[in-house]
Design a protein around this ligand. Structure first.
Ligand code: ATP
Ligand code: MG
Length: 567
């Protein structure tokens, strides 16, 4: 990126620099670093969610702002849970969000040899030893927050013997779970992470990338700082739960010899959404139990699901920006994300007519066989979006709930005797209605006022209701899906008794008989519209067929959300 753009970006953020930018500014000023290199290091054990989007956009945004570099690195140090399906999904999501990782995908497993060498270096320096304690014993020896730990019986094992045993661990002669390599730090440290943490474990597992080459795998707290150091990461940004691990992070970097411009860990608060499931573990269970249609089910908040639902990268960026970066945990409302997509689409999406639950409307005094073209703006607020012609005719569809046989107070739409405006077309007055064999209203009859063309009052008389409509002959059938939170908001996310999720059984409503304007039915993949009065919709990329499109409601039009003022 050129200097000018970098400067602009920094200026844009100007007044509201977050605490990480303040750190980085100081580091650059003090000459601690002369460039900025950040990374996003997902474990490929599931799909990314909105919380990860925050981390991705924060890290890539900083690299862009400072004219530095942003790495995408798979933390593939635990071969059991990792799958290439997840890797593909992660690359797709990061790319879609617009985070520029320079096209190069990095893997923690590429540093296995380097990590091994670092471990050997620690052993030689008397800073690591091979332990024969079991996992349970290690836990027992670790002590508690109030009591110091006990030394491992192997703590004073001579260097030569440690080297020999570690070589055996690597060569496959040692069974799983019988030996570990531990750092020799301080069993009495008030920080439990510093009480001789495990660096390596034995696990005879095949790795998706390194195959059977390794039967020892590095622990996260050892591997992660080395990956950062190897890549020249300057600011290793992670979430708050790693704050207590920072002394160990610094220890590993230093003791392994990365003393020139070592990476620096900075923690920020995770994004938490009210009444929303984000944990991979829970989402995976919903997928595995068949409760949702895969990781990209539009009711989820994985990035893939948000994309399928119809969210745009711009709306997610805006959301992350509004959330800000902080040192203290807070819960954000999903309503803010919805606000962001409405804001993004209101001037981008054409506003067309769709009738979700159709009811036939017949204009008895409109000439049989006659049709006319009505010209309508595609988006009243954006004249540049042009106009289209819509056919008007004797037989129309209206929304079922725009007619009532016996209207309650303040119902201004169609009911016997009442007059309404058909949007952009004519005034019509309801005269009668018919029922089907089971007693449901099946056809509504009305008369129109030819003088009210365009929906203008011919003589100053007013109507209180305006409803949308489609010409029955032109309307095209499609499927529309409406969504609610998959979580039962009254009960909250987790069941207090067994920790399961409190699900909302009505989170998806499928309308098979919706009718839409031809322009909607013929839309491209991923096209987004405002269906007037009904909300913003996106063509589903997975379930649509060329002659049978499916539309997902991204969000309704109304909201009580108020943009929080920035402190
Ligand atoms: P989860 O358990 O929620 O799926 P995770 O932390 O196990 O998430 P990782 O793949 O380990 O997922 O995370 C990759 C990066 O994303 C980490 O740097 C982590 O700090 C960050 N991250 C994860 N969840 C959030 C969140 N809710 N808000 C911000 N950053 C997050
Ligand atoms: Mg994790």
């Amino acid at each position: 990126m050129d200097e000018e753009r970098t400067g602009e970006l920094r200026e844009e953020r100007g007044a509201s620099r977050n605490f990480i930018e303040t750190y980085i500014d100081k580091d650059l000023e003090d000459g601690v670093y002369d460039t900025v290199c950040t990374r996003f290091p997902p474990e490929p054990n599931g799909f990314l969610h909105i919380g990860h989007a925050k981390s991705i956009l924060l890290n890539s945004g900083l690299a862009e702002e400072y004219g530095g570099k942003f790495n995408l690195r798979f933390d593939d140090t635990n071969p059991v849970k990792e799958k290439s399906e997840y890797m593909d999904a992660i690359v797709r999501d990061v790319t879609w969000l617009g985070a520029d990782f320079g096209g190069k995908i990095l893997y923690a497993s590429d540093y296995f040899e380097l990590m091994y060498e670092c471990a050997v270096k620690l052993i030689k320096a008397g800073k690591a030893y091979v332990s024969e304690l079991s996992a349970d014993e290690i836990k027992e020896y670790r002590g508690t927050l109030t009591e110091p730990g006990k030394n491992d019986p192997s703590r004073e094992r001579p260097v030569e013997e440690n080297l020999e045993l570690f070589t055996k661990m690597r060569s496959g002669e040692v069974p799983d779970g019988t030996m570990t390599l531990r750092a020799k730090i301080d069993m009495a440290s008030p920080n439990i992470n510093m009480r001789d943490p495990i660096l390596y474990r034995v696990a005879h597992l095949s790795h998706p990338r390194t195959g059977d080459k390794w039967c020892i795998y590095p622990m996260y707290d050892f591997a992660h700082p080395l990956e950062d150091a190897a890549e020249g990461i300057t600011h290793s940004i992670c979430t708050l739960e790693f704050e207590d691990h920072r002394p160990l992070y610094d220890w590993v970097v230093r003791e392994c010899g990365f003393v020139d411009k070592p990476p620096r860990q900075i923690e920020f608060a995770k994004l938490f959404l009210n009444n929303v499931v984000t944990g991979k573990r829970y989402i995976k269970k919903l997928v595995d139990d068949g409760i949702v249609d895969g990781w990209d089910d539009p009711r989820l908040v994985t990035i893939a699901a948000l994309r399928r639902r119809g969210y745009t990268p711009a709306s997610i960026r805006k959301f992350v920006e509004l959330c800000g970066v902080s040192k203290s945990n807070a819960v954000t409302d999903l309503a803010m994300l919805e606000y962001c997509i409405r804001e993004d689409l209101k001037e981008k999406a054409p506003r067309l007519m769709a009738v979700l639950r159709p009811l036939k409307l017949v204009i008895d005094n409109y000439p049989e066989g006659q049709t006319e073209k009505i010209t309508i703006e595609n988006n009243r607020d954006v004249p540049e979006m042009g106009k289209r012609e819509v056919t008007f005719s004797k037989e129309l569809y209206i929304e079922r709930d725009d007619f009532m046989e016996e209207p309650p107070k303040k119902y201004f739409r169609l009911y016997p005797g009442n007059e309404v405006r058909l949007m952009n077309a004519y005034f019509v007055r309801c005269t009668d209605f018919e029922r089907d064999a089971v007693g449901n209203v099946s056809v509504v009859h009305c008369t129109y006022d030819p003088e009210s063309r365009g929906g203008e009052s011919p003589d100053g008389r007013k109507v209180k209701g305006t409803i949308h409509w489609l010409s029955a002959a032109d309307a095209r059938r499609c499927t529309v899906r409406l969504y609610e939170n998959i979580i039962n908001e009254e009960l909250g996310v987790y069941n207090k008794e067994d920790g399961s999720l409190n699900l909302n059984p009505h989170s998806e409503e499928i309308l098979e008989d919706a009718m839409v304007e031809p322009a909607i039915a013929d839309a491209d993949e991923d096209a987004r519209f405002q269906f007037v009065r009904n909300g913003f919709f996106c063509r589903d990329s997975k379930d649509s067929k060329p002659d049978a499109p499916v539309f997902n409601r991204i969000v309704s039009l109304k909201s009580s959300f108020v943009l929080p003022s920035r402190a």
